[in-house]
Design a protein around this ligand. Sequence first.
Ligand code: CTP
Length: 407
Amino acid sequence: MTTSFSGTRVLLVISGGIAAYKALDLIRRLRERGADVRCILTSGGAQFVTPLSVSALSGNKAHTDLFSLTDEAEMGHIRLARDCDLVIIAPASANLISRAAQGRADDLASTVLLATDKPLLFAPAMNPVMWQNTAVRDNVALLKKRGAHFVGPAAGDMACGETGEGRLAEVADIIAAAARFLAGDGPLKGRKALVTSGPTFEPIDPVRFIGNRSSGKQGHAIAHQLALAGADVTLVSGPVSEPDPPRVTTLHVETAAEMLAACQSALPADIAVCAAAVGDFRAEEIANQKIKKTSDTPMTLHLVHNPDILATLSAGNSRPCLVVGFAAETDGTLENAKKKLVAKGCDWILLNDVSGGKVFGAARNRITLLKKTADGEISAEDWPELDKKDIARDLAGLIGAHFAARP
Ligand code: CTP
């Protein structure tokens, strides 16, 4: 049975070398398994395969130029670097390996390798003597030390007439190496997860709403990390500018009532993580027409309570085994977070200090994880300030360990 890469996104960097033609087959095999493939061709790569063949096979534009205004307008190089699950460099030439090791940013490929926070999988291909050269060995060792992964090269007859180690790894071997990052074989395989993220917008009239500053960064990152850990994830998102995470089913909603209905439609689930900043109130009546500004009379808006999604999920008949909430506190107190954990009936709560709006839209956050322990106590663990993606990865790791420990 072929491993499914459905819902994943691969960024394939094709550098110069006779083996570049095999990258075309790699694109086909990745797509056959359901991956969305975006490609970058270096100037060397474009000597061997054309951008036209690459875009025809990938179904996406072939990116070649760091300074292309059109490309930057469609998708900036930073987004290209980040909006994927894995970066494969195949074939990886001695030149590109060297530039990556030096941290150069002198073309689109090297810049993206520097700017990405995703795993790098190099599939080198070069003459056997070049591959054995100490300069190349040192560059490869340095990249490995920094966390890059390598597949191949294989030994055999080379196009240049020499024999030895330097052939691009077989496409099947590159696929097998990629599966480690794309197959979702992690500890949460077979588990269903539900994540809420972003703000809610509660309409007042056709043009106005009550909203909040939540960016959805944290919730979206959690949904993505749970999916990478193997879970089947439904993300219920309020209005955000974050892209839908790969390999996650995203349901878009606006109001708290819509968010609750979408969550209930995704049950049963094993895990629920409520990261959304749900509006606590909504207008009792929504005006059909834009409310006119009146000169003297003060305006009064009647608000009613919204449903509490986290509390509803925690108390429901189809309660997920593990329910995780957030506690956004402007005074940051542990006591408030503990009360929230109990009042909402969840199992874990991540306390974050939102005083001065400092968390909203930021890339980093400092949280305290509170857990209900088996003896009915509440444990608290302070985490250092971390990137929200790292918080998501660590939380997904803990959730994975929690389920691994269950009988
Ligand atoms: N939450 C929810 N539905 C609501 C309000 C909050 O699901 N209507 C969830 C949030 O997603 C979060 C947790 O409850 O996981 C706590 O949210 P927070 O904004 O910190 O607290 P509130 O319940 O809104 O209470 P308060 O505003 O009084 O602090």
